[in-house]
Ligand binder design. Sequence first.
Ligand SMILES: Cc1cc2nc3c(=O)[nH]c(=O)nc-3n(C[C@H](O)[C@H](O)[C@H](O)COP(=O)(O)O)c2cc1C
Length: 300
Amino acid sequence: MGELMGGDKKYKSKKCRKSSGKDAKRSRGDDACEVTKDRVRAHFLDGNTGPWAKNLAAEDVKNTRAAAQATTQSVEDSSAQRAEAAASAAHERAASGTPTRRGPDYSVPSSIDLVADPVLHALSTRRSISKVDPETPNDSDLLELIRSVSSVADHKGLRPWRFLIIRGDDRHRLGEALDEAAGVSRKPGEVNEKPLRAELLLALVASAQKHDKVPEWEQHATAAGAGHLLELALWQAGWGVMWRSGTLTNSEPVRRLHRLKENELLMGWFYIGAVPERYRQRLTTSTRPLPAPEQFLDTL
Ligand SMILES: Cc1cc2nc3c(=O)[nH]c(=O)nc-3n(C[C@H](O)[C@H](O)[C@H](O)COP(=O)(O)O)c2cc1C
């Protein structure tokens, strides 16, 4: 884990150069950015999103190889164009030694398109997966996910949140703490099955500190934001997750198990695992209607 922390140059990715309409000079890097964005959009338009996102990286490699062999051929159909785009992006990656940056061009506000835009698409299609399969992200995957989540809006940068990894027997310890809080005693060999619903749980701790300018509720809002971003990041990376809590979440035995300080609050647990095949099949054909947005928007 240590080597992923700090100073890891490979993550300092090169940005797409911002350009204005007057800017006639375009570098090879700018073109690579454009084709990469087009390729990513094309993937999402093809429906390769959400739980399938993790296949994109493997597909990129495949396309890159195919494109290298196909450079002399005409590229009239769209799949060949995507392969060329991938090859060009890969060339750029190889030349710069950094991964090509994916994402929008911030030089102009983009059109708002919930299908074509990968972030908006992920936001609008995300859903909780209540029963997950045993495969889980490993600890270095988790570090990458947390790296992405750490952009959460945070007044004064107090970083008032952290996650605790709960795997294996630690889930039994959580079951025992919940039983103790509920006053439940079980027969020998019987266990509280609730924490066993996934192989991996992440407990979210809101860790608010006294601050003149940042009230406690703002810090809790940041911690909750980290939780929501984590759900989205997991979804986009192809993992299933469900955020769970309950009336016993901040009971004394449960707080003791998580070694919470007095100022800290447990915000629940993220039950994480692979998206079961039966869900994946349903997800390809069903889209859950979103609530009408008007109810969330008003004026003073
Ligand atoms: C803080 C928090 C705690 C939650 N706790 C539970 C819970 O204990 N049990 C449950 O069924 N859903 C719980 N939920 C709701 C689910 O995580 C999920 O959002 C809900 O089932 C709706 O599904 P969706 O996320 O696909 O819209 C909680 C959500 C939040 C934000």
